[in-house]
Design a protein around this ligand. Structure first.
Ligand code: CTP
Ligand code: ZN
Length: 156
């Protein structure tokens, strides 16, 4: 048995997307961001604190029968910019996507400012401008620092 086989914690998938090299601790945030909760019937595997060459420990998420688009994966830049995305078809990696940092992210974060128009009774969808070390609300200017992002995810 090779080292790779011995270290395989989550089985290979036939078709779908593997989100690899996630910062340890981010797997569940990734699922929340992508709106994946298993209710669609898709196969979802999650590995947490998996040993890795590149990082001391990593998280990994595998979503079967769904190929994430570039704009879907770019949203992940706000929590795990170093992640790599592998598109799998018939067990082969057919494409590797790198996350690109988008200029803004829509409907992903909730604004921490209670008086922001995005928190009104008839709220408008949030838009955050992506800065180097955080994000700025496009409506009220409130800043969400990089290390605060996970606590402001717009999940219902
Ligand atoms: N993978 C999978 N199912 C497949 C093929 C690959 O779950 N049918 C997973 C692998 O376990 C790995 C990731 O997809 O976590 C990327 O696969 P591969 O490119 O073969 O691995 P590496 O060369 O180690 O990738 P990298 O260069 O990104 O480290
Ligand atoms: Zn705001």
């Amino acid at each position: 048995m090779s080292d790779a086989d011995r270290e395989l914690r989550v089985s290979k998938i036939r078709n779908g997307t593997v989100i690899d090299h996630l910062e340890a601790g981010q797997a569940l945030n990734v699922l929340a961001l992508l709106g994946i909760d298993g209710s669609g019937g898709e196969g979802v595997s999650v590995g947490m604190n998996v040993p890795s060459d590149k990082l001391a420990k990593k998280d990994i998420v595998k979503v079967e029968d769904r190929e994430l688009s570039q704009s879907e994966v770019d949203v992940l830049s706000v929590i795990s910019p170093e992640a790599t995305i592998n598109i799998i078809r018939d067990y082969e990696v057919v494409e590797k996507k790198r996350i690109e940092r988008p200029e803004s992210v829509d409907d992903v974060l909730a604004c921490p400012n209670r008086n922001c128009i995005t928190n009104a009774d008839e709220p408008v969808q949030t838009r955050f401008i992506v800065l180097e070390d955080g994000l700025r609300c496009g409506y009220c200017g409130e800043i969400v620092r990089e290390d605060e992002v996970a606590t402001h995810l717009n999940v219902s």
